[in-house]
Structures are given as structure tokens and as C-alpha cells.
Design a protein around this ligand. Structure first.
Ligand code: NAP
Length: 657
């Protein structure tokens, strides 16, 4: 074999893009193809090639990997080596064939062919899954656009929408409003788009969900350099989406929403804004969309003496870049998703680091967590049309419902730190993984094994970096409860004072305080925060009785722990919002208010389902539950159910005004 054209060690940002304008692989010689295929993810490459060629032998069930939904991620989804070899040979032959324009198929696959390709990844699925699955695949590319435009439905009716927030959800609904030609403005308190990814700039900040899955179905991206991308790259993605989809001109930056007041007679919202210069302005809108997120109000813990500390201290979401940590004695309080990224990133710089852990986090083994995408795979994404979509789709499917079963409570199970036989099986696998990593440090092993069921809190990622950091000589893991903060450091209940120069709080967010930064008055003077009284509820997380034409995205009970995709859920809520606006424009009704009994019945179902999940059982603590112990944040049901209920509002669910 001759030397491949592309060296093995192509820097991730130098992978050549060789696709021709029509998107077909051209000009790549056999050695290049073989080089790239060595890095291929075969479970998604085979259906991707089948899609291009309509050659269904590529998705023969005999090639289907057995471990697509394994509790821990398996290389090539557990495809036996012999099958991998066969799959690579088939892929090479297919790519060689595609170089010849005369041997390319004419026309896209038929629905039956597409289903066979999809089912290669998913296994047999019900008919009602197919619209969701083709939507997520994003093929054809306009698959999710609203099928109507305001100028066709109600050209002369004034209808203006205020969207609050230009993060993940705000950009999604803005895109759909543009497509439907509904006039709108996005009010954003920051000076750029990106929401939490703009606000969190702590060292080590990166995705802990694969970026393929953490992207819009309507703005899929082929050229990620990593699978769990850094904060800078995901922020660039949002900025790029806002530019490419022409959303930015609709956004008013540096502007805050202070209050929302519904005028029942006129069926309009008055939206009081604080402009960048601090002055107020009131604008009117027929509908308001809250896209303010769940995780952006830092939660400072209720620890005595927190104001007494003499040195600098801050929350991870408000990072102080002006403080040089070199050689300093640093304390980090918390070991959740933010802190566990900060700690390894600063350990080598600081003089000493004391980590205060209240509960150990569970972590899913993810060896490639910090790795770049292999250059051959990147080459394939750049050169094989739609391969990245199939790869995203494969990842989507493994998370769509796949591991949900591992978090469901079996009422007959009585294991003390697990909720079912499957949950116990996962727990034992994770404990074994920890044991292997801490063999040389039994003192640490005793502290890092969690004492609650997997999935009772958010699962983190583990590539060995956490263990390596905790073993550093300048790092101490303290599990003794914190008594108070004193002028010179942190005092624990055993009477020890841990003297430090800097304290960082990785203590999470005031997640359940939905819309907490503004006052909201609805029908009959109803106050949203009084109505919720710390216990937010909405129909499908979107609409709230007494607050007509107010639509919440990523609202109550739409956070995901183990199944689904936050992007999909926001896109679903945006779809539902657009469907409601369509209903209003079509019917001539001015406003729609969800019926109490419908919202109550829906929430009773959600509550019962949450109690059957690992995060909802008595005795576990997490940011998903409110002070009464009710889970206000999480969606406990299947993804297909959210998809189905958000297709369109049911008339019976609403009072039309
Ligand atoms: P978090 O998961 O709520 O973690 C907070 C940590 O602080 C926990 O270890 C908690 O201990 C501890 N803590 C809270 N109050 C304390 C107190 N009074 N004394 C001692 N310890 C205290 O918050 P987070 O890490 O900011 O993450 C929140 C969510 O944001 C995540 O679940 C995730 O959804 C999202 N997030 C995502 C990413 C990403 O994608 N890369 C990164 C960061 C955050 P207990 O566990 O005992 O309560």
C-alpha cells in the first residue's frame, strides 16, 4: 500500500475539506479512503452510505451492532471485530463507487427505504416514532419549518411577540418565528447571544453532552473538532447560528425585562424593559415567550459567615478573571458539573486546593471526553454528505430513551443505594470503575463512591482526570461538613479551619425560581410568583393558567436527566408555541389560557412519574426538587410523549378569549 495522502497526525483544525459543491466524495484515492475509514464510527456510517446510495445491503440486520443501548458506551456499539472488518470493506467499496458520477443513484430514498436505514440504528420502531426520527435526522433539511406564514393566515392582524433571552431556547423560537414571518423582538440582558455559555467562563468549561446532540436539528454542524466541545466553540456555534439564520438584527442586547403585565381588555402584554442606559421603556406584545433558561441565577449557599471571608470569593458562573491563582491557597465548595470541570483545570496552577464535597458525584466512564475527534472521522464528516447527521442521529437515539430504564424505580426492589436491578447493575459497574482508579488510594476510594442511586443527581463524565487530580499532592478532598466561613478560610464541623486565600462556590443555580428576575401579572391581577409559591407548574412546561399568551421554553418539568435532548425539547416547545400562535391567528381569538383542571391533571401525572424515577424518590437530594420535595424541574416520561403533546394545542385544553 502506498503512503496515504493525509498523514495520521493531521491537526484537528487542518483537516482538509474535499467535498465537491454537490456534496459527493471526489478525488480521494483508495489510500485516503482506507485511512479515513480506520477512524469511522461504523454504526452510523453504514446507514449514511445507504442513504447516499439506496443500497440496502449496507443496512443488513446482520451488520447491526448489538450494543447500541448498552448502559456504558461501547466502542463501535459492540460490533464484533469481524463485522467491523466487513463493514469497512463495504464502506470502502461504496465510497469508491461514489467517485463515479454514473454509478450514483438518482433521487432520495423512498420512505420505506429511509425507515430501513433508521431502523438499522434504532431497531424496529412504532410508526408514531417516524416523524420524530426524520425530524431529528434533519432530512430533508426544511423538515421542521412551520408550514404557514402570518402574511397568509392573518395579514392585517397586529401580532407582535417579545422573546426573553437569546440562549439556546430563544434562538430556536426566534428562528421559527422568522420562518412563519411573525414580527418579534428578542430581549437579551447580556451583550451577546449564548446564554449560559456566555455567562460561564470558568476554566475547563466544556460540554458534558456530545456537541452533535447538543445542537439544533435545523443547524447541524459537520466540523466539530471535539465531541465534547469547549465553551468557546459552543459559544461560537450559537453566534454563528444567530448570524447565519439572521436572528441577530432582531435582538436588543444589554436590555432587561423588569415586568410583564397582561391587559385583559386589550389582550396584550405590557413589557417593561430596562434599557442599557438604565432607563425604562414599555413595549406591547400580543404574546411573550420566556426563554430565560433554568441555570443562570447563581445559587450562593446558605453557609454561616459567608460574608466574613477576607479574600476574594466568587461563584463559578461569575468567574473573576482578574484574580491570578498562581501559587494561591484555594478552596472550591461543591463537586457538581461546574466544580468538577474547574478543579482539574486549576489544580496545577494553584499552590494548594481544598475541595469540599458534600456528596460524591456519579460519573459515566467516557475515555474520549477531552479527546479531539480522530482526523479520519473528521475527514469523513467533511467529505461524505450527511454522515454527520447520521452520527448525530445515532447519538440522539442512544440518549432518546435508551438509558431511561436504568433510572426507573422498581417498587419491588429493596437495594439500599439503587432503585432497580438494572440501576444496581449500573451502580456496580460504576463502583468497579472507581475501585480500579483508586486502587492505590483507599483513603480516597472511601470518599468518592456515592451513596445514592445512579441518576438521582446528574451523571458526570469520567476519563480519569478527576481521580488523577484528587491524587495530586497539593489537592485535598474534604468530606467533613462545613460549619461556617471565617475570615481566613473554611471551618468544618470537626473544628478544623482550612486557611485559604480564595474561595470558589460551585454550588449550582436557583433553578426552580422560574422567571425569578421579573414580576409577572396576569388575568385579574394574578401574580405569577404568588400563584406558584415556589412550586412552578405549567402545561407541558409551556403555558400557565391566568397568564394567557405567555409561553415558557425550558419551563417547569422539562429538564432532562437521562433521556432526550434539551435542544429537541426546546425545539418542541417552540413548535408548540408557534402552533398556538397559528391557532390564535386562524381562529380570531385574542388569547388562550390553559384550563386549571387540565394543568392540574397533567401535573399530577408528571408528579407520579417523577416519583418513580431515581431522582424523585424520598431521601435523595438534588436541584430538581423544591423545598417541598416535589420535582419541579424534570421531565420523567418518554421523549416521544413530549414530541406528541407538543405537536399542536388541544382546543379542549384552553379557554379562548
Ligand atoms: P450542582 O450540580 O447543583 O452542584 C452543586 C454542588 O455544590 C454539589 O456538589 C452540591 O452538593 C454542592 N453544594 C451546594 N450547596 C452546598 C452547601 N451549602 N455546602 C456544601 N456543598 C454544597 O451545580 P452545577 O455544578 O453548577 O451544575 C448545575 C447543572 O448545570 C448541572 O446539573 C447541569 O445540568 C448544568 N451544567 C452543565 C455543564 C456542562 O454541560 N458542561 C456544566 C455545568 C453545569 P450536593 O450534591 O450534596 O447537593
Amino acid at each position: 500500500m502506498t503512503t496515504p495522502k493525509l498523514p495520521d497526525a493531521v491537526a484537528p483544525d487542518q483537516v482538509p475539506v474535499a467535498a465537491d459543491p454537490s456534496g459527493w466524495v471526489l478525488g480521494a484515492d483508495d489510500d485516503t479512503l482506507a485511512w479515513a475509514l480506520a477512524d469511522a464510527e461504523l454504526p452510523s456510517l453504514l446507514p449514511a452510505l445507504a442513504y447516499l446510495t439506496r443500497d440496502l445491503s449496507l443496512v443488513d440486520p446482520e451488520l447491526r451492532p448489538p450494543g447500541l443501548l448498552s448502559p456504558v458506551v461501547l466502542p463501535q456499539a459492540g460490533m464484533p471485530i469481524g463485522v467491523q472488518r466487513r463493514a469497512r470493506e463495504l464502506a470502502l467499496a461504496t465510497l469508491r463507487r461514489l467517485r463515479d458520477p454514473r454509478r450514483r443513484p438518482t433521487g432520495p430514498p423512498t420512505p420505506a427505504e429511509l425507515r430501513q436505514m433508521i431502523e438499522f440504528v434504532t431497531g424496529e420502531v412504532d410508526d408514531d416514532h417516524m416523524p420524530l426520527l426524520t425530524y431529528e435526522l434533519g432530512l430533508p433539511e426544511a423538515v421542521g419549518a412551520p408550514g404557514w406564514r402570518k402574511d397568509e393566515v392573518a395579514p392585517s392582524r397586529p401580532f407582535f411577540v417579545v422573546v426573553i433571552g437569546a440562549g439556546m431556547s430563544g434562538l430556536a423560537v426566534a428562528h421559527r418565528l422568522r420562518q412563519a414571518n411573525v414580527p418579534f423582538v428578542v430581549i437579551e440582558r447580556n451583550d451577546d447571544v449564548g446564554g449560559v455559555w456566555l455567562e460561564n467562563s470558568y476554566p475547563g468549561c466544556r460540554l458534558d453532552t456530545s456537541n452533535f446532540n447538543y445542537s439544533y436539528s435545523f443547524a447541524q454542524k459537520a466540523d466539530w473538532a471535539e465531541q465534547f466541545t469547549t465553551r468557546g466553540t459552543i459559544l461560537e456555534y450559537f453566534q454563528d447560528v444567530a448570524d447565519r439564520l439572521a436572528i441577530r438584527p432582531h435582538i436588543r442586547f444589554g436590555t432587561r425585562v423588569r415586568r410583564l403585565d397582561f391587559d385583559e381588555g386589550a389582550a396584550k402584554w405590557s413589557v417593561t424593559l430596562q434599557r442599557p442606559d438604565g432607563t425604562d421603556e414599555v413595549i406591547e406584545a400580543q404574546a411573550v415567550v420566556s426563554a430565560v433558561g433554568q441555570l443562570n441565577q447563581p445559587n450562593m449557599p446558605d453557609i454561616a459567615g459567608i460574608d466574613r471571608f477576607a479574600g476574594p470569593s466568587w461563584h463559578t458562573a461569575r468567574w473573576r478573571h482578574d484574580v491570578d491563582l498562581t501559587g494561591r491557597r484555594v478552596a472550591v465548595i461543591g463537586t457538581g458539573a461546574s466544580a468538577y470541570q474547574v478543579i482539574p483545570s486549576i489544580a496545577a496552577t494553584v499552590g494548594s486546593l481544598v475541595v469540599f464535597q458534600r456528596s460524591a458525584p456519579w460519573m459515566m466512564p467516557t475515555p474520549a471526553y477531552h479527546e479531539p475527534i480522530p482526523s479520519g472521522l473528521r475527514w469523513l464528516f467533511a467529505n461524505v454528505p450527511h454522515y454527520h447527521r447520521w452520527f448525530r442521529f445515532y447519538q440522539f437515539w442512544t440518549s432518546v430513551e435508551g438509558r431511561r430504564a436504568f433510572s426507573e424505580v422498581d417498587p419491588a426492589w429493596d437495594g439500599p443505594e439503587s432503585v432497580s436491578a438494572r440501576n444496581e447493575q449500573l451502580r456496580l459497574q460504576l463502583v468497579e470503575h472507581l475501585r480500579r482508579q483508586y486502587e492505590d488510594r483507599p483513603d480516597l476510594l472511601g470518599k468518592v463512591v456515592p451513596h445514592y442511586p445512579p441518576y438521582a443527581k446528574r451523571m458526570l463524565r469520567d476519563n480519569g482526570v478527576w481521580a488523577a487530580t484528587l491524587k495530586q499532592p497539593n489537592v485535598a478532598l474534604v468530606t467533613e461538613p462545613i460549619e461556617c466561613i471565617v475570615e481566613r478560610g473554611v471551618r468544618t464541623r470537626d473544628g478544623a479551619t482550612h486557611e485559604v486565600d480564595v474561595i470558589m462556590y460551585g454550588t449550582g443555580f436557583a433553578a426552580r425560581d422560574f422567571l425569578g428576575t421579573m414580576s409577572v401579572t396576569g388575568r385579574g391581577g394574578a401574580d405569577l410568583h404568588e400563584q406558584w409559591a415556589g412550586d412552578p407548574r405549567a402545561l407541558y412546561g409551556i403555558t400557565v393558567p391566568n397568564f394567557p399568551n405567555l409561553f415558557c421554553l425550558y419551563g417547569p418539568n422539562t429538564n432532562l436527566v437521562v433521556n432526550g435532548s434539551l435542544f429537541l425539547f426546546s425545539e418542541c416547545a417552540a413548535h408548540y408555541t408557534l402552533a398556538c400562535i397559528h391557532l390564535l391567528l386562524r381562529s380570531g381569538a385574542k388569547a388562550m389560557d390553559p384550563r386549571w383542571e387540565v394543568v392540574e391533571a397533567y401535573n399530577a401525572r408528571i408528579d407520579a412519574a417523577n416519583r418513580r424515577m431515581a431522582w424523585g424518590i424520598d431521601g435523595v437530594t438534588n436541584w430538581y426538587k423544591n423545598e417541598r420535595g416535589r420535582v419541579t424541574q424534570n421531565w420523567p416520561l418518554s421523549t416521544i410523549e413530549y414530541w406528541n403533546v407538543t405537536r399542536a394545542p388541544a382546543l379542549a385544553d384552553y379557554e379562548l378569549i
